[in-house]
Design a protein around this ligand. Sequence first.
Ligand code: AMP
Length: 424
Amino acid sequence: MAEPDFRAPKGTRDILPAESGRRRALVDVFARRAELAGFGEVVSPMFEDLGVFKRLGEDTDVVTKEMFDFFDKGDPPQHLALRPELTAGICRAYAEHRPVPPWKIWYEGPQFRYEQPQAGRYRQFTQVGVEVLGADDPQADIDVLALGWSFYESLGLGQVRLLLNSLGDPGSRPAYMEALGAYLEARSGDLTDQSRVTLERNPLRVLDSKREGDQTVIADAPLMVDFLSGDAAEHFRVVRSGLDGLGIAYEMSPRLVRGLDYYTRTIFEFAADALPGAQNAVGGGGRYDGLVEDLGGPPTPGLGFALGVDRILLACDAEGVFPGPPPAVLVFVVDVTGGGSALSMCQKLREAGIGADRSYGGRSMKAQMKVADRSGARLAAIIGEDEVAAGEVTIRDLRGDAGQRRVPLDMLVQEVSEFVPGPN
Ligand code: AMP
């Protein structure tokens, strides 16, 4: 086969049937669970003013290295960027529309980061997520965590761990930053060159380094949980005891900081043990109590999570769960009389809500049966000269043991209805 002239850009992929159907089914499961918990969907722009994303932290990789930014054709041109995540855009929307808090929203869609592609890491990837704006109550944290946890469970995933930490509130931060800064300065000779540069700008970001050379220093660094203010400690205590009460197992992960700067208090990550370490993060989130105000809105506590759809599907493959929905087409019409019957039969079935397909090009019975088999349809509805003359149709079970029978053509819908899979 000749090489095509173009391929999908580096780090992007075409998601083809049937994988695309499985992916949509997964998003549907998430949407249903979020809506049952009182979240409404927000569809926000795929690009925003670059300034919106700068609030993610001027020193984070996402802002410094991974932004797909560009200028529009305006006069003067506006500096825009494809969204690398959705929280900042949602907070921008909150500041713009001022909905009544608490504002509980969910979303789904592609995000863009200029990363080095590898298994499970793409330049365009899909996230589903929720945000709650305007709720300070630790009960909101518990609710959000429980939603994420139960979503993985509902897919059948059994090897997902919840890692939990608190980053403290503005009252806890200064003393910790001072202790951390002093510790890292004293050990700076043992850090990698990149982390020495990061240390100058933001000591917290050093803890997010995945570089081997930094790990011994990070292992002994002071921990935020030892510096929590009374309020932050109490908030965290309530979150943990709520999770205990719901029977949600979590692991304390006192070195977890996450890759964005806006987090305060509760932060968490979901790790899928069925995936290799470098790609096992299947979701994460936390509180960001200052972000809305940072974007020009009123002081508003907020929290949420984003889950990586591509990686969750990889985890499902690795655990052998969530195979995706069965083919939507129940009946494949095989018409060896020229195709006119197939046309009317398919229309009738589809109008009755029954999936039906057919082949094109007036092919032989054998060729059409092959296509019917490949389609995944449960039944073939076969129409030949005999059937036309008798006003009948032959229904053949392609996958079960119901055999074959001839029925009056006008009974087709009733006859195949018994094979419609019930809700599971
Ligand atoms: P983050 O906003 O970086 O915490 O990402 C939340 C989740 O999105 C991660 O846990 C991953 O599952 C997923 N994710 C982040 N970056 C990528 C990427 N480049 N490719 C695929 N999935 C990603």
